[in-house]
Write a protein that binds this ligand. Sequence first.
Ligand code: BTN
Length: 266
Amino acid sequence: MDRAHIAQYLGLHPWADKILVYDEVGSTNTLLKSLGQQGAPHGTVVIADHQTAGRGRLGRRFQSPGGVGIYLSALIRLQCVPSQIMHLTCAVAVAMCDAVEAACGIRPGIKWINDLVIGTKKLGGILTELTLDPVTQQVDSAIIGIGINCRQLEEDFDPSIRHLATSLRLATRKDVDSSRLAGEMIRSLHRMSQELLTQKDATMTRYNRDCITIGKQIQVIRGESIRPGQALGIDSDGGLIVSYSDGTCETVSSGEVSVRGMYGYV
Ligand code: BTN
């Protein structure tokens, strides 16, 4: 994948001249955060072929081997308070479903809150990180990171995640044009950034449609505690509404819990 190919797919796009492509980085999110602190503009995109320290939600590692995936981060500058963009990860997830569908003809589902899935397996993940102005506590920028498995065959996944993971190649039985997919991801992220503050309800309606967690029996995992429940829906900020067998209900936030299916990953 190279910058020229991606730019070719984007044509005269406002972010086309702000794409940085690397062979290897620690984490595209970490690199872009530091570029942001040095003044990188809205719409700067970092793409790497390989990450040595890819990061996932809740401090987890994200395996990011070379030659098989897309690891992409975008910086958006926003003027708002954090409570206005609680749904950011949801908006990115819907945008990435759009991008994968446009480039590869298959629409992933979303496992709450930030996993892209095909069938019962994980195709990719999203990590969004906000930088706040230390004085006003307003949002200064958001770093949006996405990792998508493109070309892996089953044996390419580490044995620890083989039963949980899939790739676009496995799902479509076709080779993936990574430059085209990266172009569609950038196009979708740009559109999402324009609609983020004005189209919240419509975005969450779309998220609900794509989210495969709703209606499922799940396990709510909070540190060492695992509690079985049923996912009833998603609130307007992306919180997951869960009911328990004792008749109680709660809305859980993505910063504190993860969920998995009762009998497997979804
Ligand atoms: C998750 O599965 O919990 C989220 C994974 C997010 C991975 C992407 S890859 C590009 C960007 N850089 C990172 O270090 N993480 C994100």
